[in-house]
Structures are given as C-alpha cells and as structure tokens.
Design a protein around this ligand. Structure first.
Ligand code: GDP
Ligand code: MN
Length: 397
C-alpha cells in the first residue's frame, strides 16, 4: 500500500525525522488558509504547492510550483486541483489531482548552495537484509544516476539483529561529504529514518531529495512510502491512510469480493483456482502467442456465486476478448464448478459477449465436460491445458 507524500512525511516526522512542513488542502480556498497557518507556524514567506498523487516526477509534469504570495497560492492551487497530471510515472492520460500539499519553501531565497541528496531504504532480496541506498546526486531520476554515474550511488546493508549501527550512520554522512553540524544532523536523520522504516513495517522509503539548507538543517523534501500489506493488521492507524481513488478500480472491487485479482495489459481474461495454476496459465497463454489480461485466483470454493463475481470482474476490463477458465478439481469437484459456470452464464443474461473456454481437470472432469457440452451455451470445453490455450488462440484469430 502506497502513501501520499504528505502522509509519508507525517509518518517520518512522528519518528523524529525532520521534514519540509506542510498542510494538505482539497480546494483553493483551503489552500490559502493552509498557507496562512503554515506561515504562522514556521515563518515561511514563500510556499510550494505540490500535487498529491501516487506517482513521482510531479515537478517535471507541472505538479510542483513555487508561490511567492497568497494570490499565487490560490491561482496555482486552483489550476492544479482537479487537473489530470501527467508525469513519466503516471498512465498516459495522467492521474487526477484531488488535493495539494501547501509546503514551506525550504530553498531559502538567496540560498546559493542548497544540497540535494537521494536516500532510500528497502529490502535487498538477494541477501535478505534491509539496505540504505544513498547518493550525492539527489533531486533527479535515480535511474539516470544509476545509468550514467553508478559510482555515485552507495549502499549500506543492515544486520537485522543489530539494526543500524552508529558507525554506519556516520559512514553515510561522511560519504555524502558532510562535516560539522550538517554531519550530526545527517546522522540523526538516517538513524530516525531507519527506525521509522522498521517500526512501520514498510517495504520502501524513497526520499528524493533530502535537503541540506544553508543553515545546515537536513530534511525530507519529498517522500515515497510503501507499507507492507501483510503487516497492516498490526498498524490499524496506518491502514486508514489508504486512498482508494489512487488504486486500480477493478482491483479494489475484486479485493472487496475476496478475489485475488491483478490487472494486466493483455486481452485474455483468466479465471483459475490456486495462485500457482494461475501463474502457469498466464505463462501458457503467453507461450501460445496470447497476452493475459489479468491474474485471478478464485480460490478453493469455485461455486456459482464466486464464478459469477469473477466473470463480472474480468469483464470490467474492456480489453478482454476471450476468457479462459482453468480449474483443477482437487477438493472442489469439477462437475460442481461446471454447474457454477453454467449457472453464472445464465444468470448474467447477455452480459457475456466474449467466447469462454473452460478447462476442467481432476475429480469428475468427464462429468463436467458432459455438463458443459450438453448445456447448449456458447462455452468451449477442453480437457488438456495446451488444448485450452490453443482454443483461446483459435477464437482470437
Ligand atoms: P517529484 O517531482 O514528484 O519528485 O516532487 P518533489 O517533492 O521531489 O519536488 C520536485 C522538485 O521541486 C524538487 O526537486 C525541488 O527542486 C523543488 N522543490 C521542492 N520543495 C521546494 C521548495 O521548498 N522550494 C523550492 N524553491 N523548490 C522546491
Ligand atoms: Mn521527488
């Protein structure tokens, strides 16, 4: 689960990480109030208006703008709220901006040398340890830095039992070229950042840029925070930060119905029981020249109601041109699933306009095929896996 920039910053700040402060607003009137309040709290004279969407690169797309008076706060906010913001990380049509963060300007006017660094915390899957990745080249695409100047990216691995050791925090600050007060500030920054990462059960923190001001403060100007969904049960407060408007609509709906669904780009809808079989079904579709439109695990109890829900969800994707139902009858009997498919099909009236290929294998597979073939419905049955994938290709051809 991803957080908005402002939510991520609040999380960091609650663990003592210094942040660029700000107040979120969902219309331009509130934005002006937020700017006034922020000035009362921080003394800032200028403000930055920052679009809050789940995507980076907002600066490049026109979603981050400096405002030098309250009138500018108002007009900029009015322009940004409601816009479809396009950045290198959004879908081509962009993402709708529902709110802006009014933040204090921390690049002080006349400040000749604000330094921007890059810092992230993530799991190194190869070693099974968390690591801090950091660079002097902040403020720009880290992918570009990795490609052009990989020697400017450092990593520090953390022992899960010892945690981040003081010498490691010092090493990071030294490698960033810091000394004096800024060095001490960076050590504090890194230490509290790592504590926040572990305590919140996050799977990714990316702070780009981390800023050093001319008066040697180190602070997070941006934040990308991804929480581990599997640990949300012990962070009820963080779970409420979910913004469903930012997530894939079909996935949200499938999730609510208890189905394991992931939206993909292809045109062959898949309905499968079991995650492993679902993965190999996608592989086989691809190997036979097709492109899966989704991953969908209907689970062990593929009864008529569940099958119908699954059909409805798959069909919400306008790209779907055929559906492959691939069920292995282990605990669940194939004839029951077949009956489920037939009932669902009938229930849905003429909602199903694409060909359906059903492959049922396992307990009572023969009875299942007979049921489908006798149903008179426009459903193609298959018993072998490859045969089913081939039939998908035939109907698409
Ligand atoms: P991103 O483009 O989505 O990564 O958004 P960021 O939060 O990283 O902001 C983009 C850029 O806006 C930063 O790299 C800064 O150069 C600039 N920016 C952010 N905060 C301030 C600020 O307080 N003052 C000024 N002048 N620029 C800022
Ligand atoms: Mn950024």
């Amino acid at each position: 689960m991803n957080l908005h920039e402002y939510q991520g910053k609040e999380l960091l700040n609650s663990f003592g990480v210094r942040i660029q402060r700000g107040i979120v607003a969902n219309n331009h009137k509130k934005a002006v109030e937020a700017a006034k309040q922020l000035t009362a709290e921080t003394g800032t004279g200028w403000w930055v208006v920052k679009a809050q969407i789940h995507a980076g690169g907002r600066g490049k797309g026109g979603g981050v703008k400096l405002a030098k008076n309250l009138q500018e706060v108002e007009t900029i906010s009015e322009n940004i709220i409601g816009m479809m913001l396009k950045t290198p990380q959004t879908p081509p049509q962009g993402k709708k901006v529902n709110q802006v963060l009014i933040a204090e300007d921390v690049y002080y006017p006349g400040d000749s040398e604000p330094e921007e660094y890059y810092m992230s915390v993530l799991l190194n899957r190869a070693t099974g340890r968390n690591m801090i990745m950091y660079s002097t080249e902040g403020g720009m695409d880290i992918e570009t830095v990795a490609e052009k100047t990989p020697h400017l990216i450092f990593t520090e691995e953390i022992d899960p039992l010892l945690g981040l050791m003081p010498f490691q925090a010092r090493k990071i600050a030294f490698n960033l070229g810091l000394s004096g007060a800024a060095l001490k500030e960076m050590i504090k920054f890194v230490t509290s950042l790592y504590t926040a990462f572990v305590k919140s059960d996050s799977s990714l923190f990316e702070i780009n840029p981390v800023l050093k001001t001319s008066d040697d403060k180190i602070l997070a100007v941006d934040s990308k925070v991804t929480l581990d969904d599997n640990a949300l049960f012990r962070h009820k407060d963080l779970a409420t930060l979910r913004d469903l408007r930012e997530e894939n609509e079909i996935e949200v709906e499938a999730n609510a119905a208890g189905l394991n669904y992931v939206d993909l780009d292809g045109n062959v809808g898949c309905m499968v029981n079991g995650a492993g079989l679902a993965m190999s079904t996608m592989d086989l579709i691809k190997q036979s020249g097709g492109e899966p439109a989704n991953f969908l695990d209907v689970g062990g109890t593929a009864d008529a109601k569940r099958v119908e829900t699954a059909f409805r969800i798959i069909l919400k994707d306008p790209n779907v041109k055929a559906i492959l139902v691939n069920i292995f009858g282990g605990i669940v009997r194939c004839d029951r699933v077949a009956q489920g498919v037939i009932d669902a099909y009938k229930n849905m009236g003429d909602a199903i306009k694409v060909p359906i290929i059903v492959r049922l294998q396992g307990t009572n597979a023969i009875e299942a095929k007979e049921l489908i073939d006798a149903s008179g419905l426009d459903v193609i049955s298959a018993t072998e896996f490859q045969e089913a994938a081939d039939k998908v290709q035939e109907v698409l051809a």
